[in-house]
Write a protein that binds this ligand. Structure first.
Ligand code: HOZ
Length: 420
């Protein structure tokens, strides 16, 4: 079947799919595009669109592709698994192997439940925290994003921040009544929320490195303070490591910063680029999930054999510390190169170039960036065959497929934009 051009496809898509896209940021409107790019193939660090244009890709499907597009080992593992059946809706060996790999890597995880998306993992982790504590309230942070869970959308990052949507119609007031939002990196605000709501607080939910308002690292002491507030109040500490898991280190941000949460939410890399996410913690907490416990959570495609095969093909290679040393080296090279052109914030293999000069510690500071200038930079890079996140409030993701030449070419193109 002949492929349509980008414009043909977008016209058809707009008739058939709301806004022509299956996830809002993909519309690329925030960076001034009238129609999104439709991709048809990826290889290594490169993408090709339906009109045959090639791009150096810094989005990497928003983080999962740590070995690049169409990584041969992942593709072979998925092909091999597919030949044995694409879904059983029953236990498989791959699930057990992937669970073992995750438990071995992530300090807080003894048991893990596999699901299909980060949204599902967040929703389920919050339900479990509420059940375990017999409390309802959640403390979360403005600009963090935990999927499109009703109770977690207010003041969220990612697409909500990109489109400037404060919350969403369709979310009943009653559902958000138990959600308390504090500024990221603000220990005083978190402490006063805990003081006020502590007795009813089920969990403090946080991205240990924020990646959905652009990259915002935790200030020294922030994560430790959240741990102490949870210990004092009886709330659970829940780390959303969908982005940071297996990216900022094999054991995620909890290993890198030495703060252990009660529950951890994972996604992206853990599924090797297929739809898989997870949440886990100590057996004592996870044992409350049905069928060993009374907290209901289920899914037909949970632990899908293709997704577990892809996840295993990736995670097994991440046992090698050299992977993270190399990502760190390439990340540092990119950071160093971009530093003259804005505020660069990086943790390991995730980085944002904010269009401002001052540090970004929270969502208000991220939102003060010059988003029009970011849009102009995005279009400048795109014309030169370089695809970065189509929003200021997202990250660039390094992979082992990115070469030093790719880094240097990107830096030169940004320099060219800034010198104009
Ligand atoms: N929320 C995702 C980025 N943080 C966007 C996913 C997508 O649009 O594909």
């Amino acid at each position: 079947m002949a492929l349509g051009t980008r414009s043909d496809l977008f016209r058809r898509a707009s008739r058939l799919i709301p806004g022509g896209v299956n996830s809002p940021v993909r519309a690329m409107r925030a960076v001034g595009l009238d129609e999104p790019i439709f991709f048809r193939r990826g290889e290594g660090a490169y993408l090709e669109d339906v009109d045959g244009r090639r791009y150096l890709d810094w989005v990497m499907s928003w983080g999962p592709l740590i070995f690049g597009h169409a990584d041969p080992e992942t593709v072979a593992a998925v092909q091999e698994a597919a030949q044995r059946g694409t879904s059983f809706g029953a236990p498989t060996e791959g699930e057990v192997e992937l669970a073992a790999e995750i438990a071995d890597a992530v300090p807080s995880i003894e048991q893990v439940r596999l699901v299909s998306s980060g949204t599902e993992a967040s929703m389920s982790a919050v339900r479990l925290a509420r059940a375990v504590t017999s409390r309802d309230r959640i403390l979360r942070f403005a600009g963090c994003y935990h999927g499109h869970v009703d109770a977690l959308l207010a003041d969220a990052g990612s697409g909500i921040a990109t489109l400037g949507i404060p919350s969403s119609p369709g979310v009943p007031t009653g559902v958000t009544a138990d959600t308390v939002v504090a500024p990221y990196n603000d220990v005083v605000a978190a402490a006063s929320a805990v003081e006020r709501y502590g007795e009813g607080l089920a969990c403090i939910l946080v991205e240990p490195v924020a990646g959905n308002m652009g990259v915002v690292p935790p200030e020294p002491g922030f994560l430790e303070a959240l741990r102490a507030l949870c210990d004092a109040s009886g709330a659970l500490l829940v780390f959303d490591e969908v982005i940071t898991g297996f990216r900022v280190g094999r054991g995620g941000a909890q290993e890198r910063f030495g703060v252990t949460p009660d529950l951890t939410i994972l996604g992206k890399i853990v599924g090797g680029g297929l739809p898989l996410a997870a949440f886990g913690g100590p057996a004592e907490l996870m044992g409350r999930l049905a069928p060993s416990g009374d907290v209901y959570q289920a899914g037909t495609l949970s632990g899908n054999p293709l997704a577990t095969a892809a996840g295993l093909a990736v995670l097994r290679r991440l046992r090698d510390e050299a992977v993270y040393d190399e990502l760190e080296r390439r990340g540092a090279r990119l950071e160093e190169g971009l530093r003259a052109f804005g505020r660069v914030q990086r943790v390991g293999a995730m980085l944002t170039l904010f269009m401002r000069s001052d540090p970004v510690r929270n969502y208000d500071e991220a939102a003060a960036s010059d988003t029009d200038r970011y849009g102009a930079l995005f279009r400048h890079l795109l014309e030169r065959g370089i695809y970065v996140a189509p929003s200021q409030f997202e990250a660039l993701f390094l992979s082992l497929a990115h070469s030093d030449e790719d880094v240097d070419r990107t830096v030169e193109a940004v320099a060219d934009f800034c010198d104009r």
